[in-house]
Design a protein around this ligand. Structure first.
Ligand code: KIV
Ligand code: ZN
Length: 509
């Protein structure tokens, strides 16, 4: 029987540390439910001591998720560990995940602690965490740049204190596969009590090597991999779940390991993460990019038609990408929509379904065929957004080669409707100027991008914006057959996310 690799997903914690990728509690809950559904073993739900918002989201996820373990991250202080426990305690399978840095650089400049103090702090935190739960993970932050003998010493101490998982992160994405393989082997061979814990790795992608390093670590003996959907995460991101799981599945002779992941849920989950966070997947991204299964060269197309295996090492259906994505039209009923939503992994309440059905009908009136991507956009906009401060009610644009671009916009602000008109050097500029006038907001637009959700000239435009206000950064996204309306939706979505961040300040961590 092949060894099972424990899949620890940190999309909701490290993934949320991607610049601008903040998620509200409803969005996190939806994602956690889908992560559980595809068979993720451990869901890292957040960092409860970081903010009230994080605490609330972790608690709600802990109360909802039944099959996966739910982990809360904390530093080694008693206050942090207590906070993590308070947030995950109602989970069926709670886990406390505590960490402290172990590299010379971090201990000296960041922590201002001696190595003895770090060992004691790590051990005390694990001991305290063990008073709450038997399931405790310890991470040696900046592990890949730490002295391997010191890692062994820390791991031995925390395993003695009761840690059941010890994690060696490549925090800054500095490791390379051969070296990381040797480091993991060394730690396994030189930590006396390592047989009492699962060895885990957590890799970052600064050199584009996160998946390769994780695979090397697994070959060396690691049995838990920390990953995120679409590889989102701090800076260049983390090892991506889909790349790791599909590497193991596609090359079983080289990697004789299994995972509990239902790979057909990968593509829908990738789309959901990108919808929720506003972080688009690059077209050439392995496994889930728009071009991952597209064959451009004539020779390739010919080969694939004769036998897909000539140029395809994986079947698109394996990741839940069906070639037959045409779904519904204006005559489709509520039942057909509901059953299709369920296939896509959305189990909606009666009220949510009614809302999505209404929006679906509106779209089907404008667009001949409604595709999976359209339905995802409707669900994201209609169901996942919490009580927003700003709501777009109405928009009218005048634009063209001979008129000055003008926008009239009506929005609801905390339930009160206001409207105004303004100009701009183009229709988007006019709309954004009007929204700024109405809301009195002072954010800076850092990025604006537009793409089509599906093919066809009647496709919905999808706009993403990146906004900054003070030190806060937020992404906003919106979709509509009218790209100016999509832009207005995206801008308002970004403003709402900024409001959410203002209402849920994150402590300096
Ligand atoms: O990158 C890192 O070191 C982390 C730890 C907290 C596990 O995210
Ligand atoms: Zn990390």
């Amino acid at each position: 029987m092949n060894d099972k690799i424990i899949i620890f997903d940190t999309t909701l914690r490290d993934g949320e540390q991607s610049p601008g990728a903040s998620m509200n509690t409803a969005e996190k809950l939806r994602l956690a439910t889908q992560l559980e559904k595809i068979g993720v073993d451990v869901i890292e739900a957040g960092f409860p001591a970081a903010s009230e918002g994080d605490f609330e989201a972790v608690s709600k996820i802990a109360a909802t998720i039944k099959k996966s373990e739910v982990a809360g991250l904390c530093r080694t202080s008693i206050k942090d560990v207590q906070r993590a426990w308070d947030a995950v305690s109602c989970a069926v399978k709670p886990r406390i995940h505590t960490f402290i840095a172990t590299s010379e650089l971090h201990m000296k400049y960041k922590l201002n602690m001696s190595s003895d103090e770090v060992v004691k702090s790590a051990q005390d935190a694990v001991r305290f965490a063990k008073t709450f739960t038997s399931n405790v993970e310890f991470s040696a932050e900046d592990g890949s740049r730490s002295d391997p003998d010191f890692i062994c010493r820390v791991f031995e101490a925390v395993i003695d204190a009761g840690a059941t998982t010890v994690n060696l992160p490549d925090t800054v994405g500095y490791a390379v596969p051969e070296e990381f393989y040797k480091k993991i082997k060394y730690v396994i061979e030189n930590t006396k009590n390592i047989d009492k814990a699962v060895l885990s790795v957590h890799c970052h992608n600064d050199l584009g090597l996160a998946t390769a390093n994780t695979l090397a670590a697994i070959r060396a003996g690691a049995r838990q991999a920390e990953v995120t959907i679409n590889g989102i995460g701090e800076r260049a991101g983390n090892t991506s779940l889909e790349e790791l799981v599909m590497s193991l599945k596609t090359r079983p002779n080289f990697y004789p390991f299994t995972t509990g992941i239902d790979t057909t849920g990968i593509y829908p989950l990738s789309r959901l993460v990108s919808m929720i966070t506003g972080i688009m997947v690059q077209p050439n991204k392995a496994i889930v990019g728009a071009n991952a299964f597209a064959h451009e060269a004539g020779i390739h197309q010919d080969g694939v038609l004769k036998n897909p295996m000539t140029y395809e090492i994986m079947k698109p259906e394996t990741i839940g990408l069906s070639s037959n994505k045409l779904v519904l039209g204006k005559h489709s009923g509520r039942h057909a929509l509901d059953s299709h939503l369920k296939k896509m992994g959305h189990n909606l309440s009666k009220e949510e379904l009614a809302l999505v059905f209404k929006k679906f009908k509106e779209l089907a009136d404008k667009k001949k065929s409604v595709m999976d991507e359209d339905i995802e956009a409707i669900v994201t906009e209609g169901v996942l957004q919490t009580t927003d401060v700003f709501v777009l009610e109405y928009i009218q644009i005048t634009s063209g080669t001979t008129v000055r671009p003008t926008a009239t916009v009506e929005i609801g602000i905390n339930g009160r409707n206001v409207s105004d008109t303004d100009y701009g050097n183009g229709p988007i500029d006019a709309v954004f100027n009007t929204i700024i006038k109405l809301t009195g907001t002072k954010s800076e637009l850092l990025r604006f991008s537009v793409s089509a959700l599906t093919g066809g000239t009647d496709a919905q435009g999808e706009v993403t914006v990146r906004l900054r206000e003070g030190g806060l950064l937020a992404l906003g996204r919106g979709a509509d057959p009218d790209i100016i309306t999509a832009g207005a939706k995206a801008y308002i979505n970004g403003l709402n996310r900024l409001e959410y961040l203002k209402a849920h300040p994150v402590d300096a961590i």
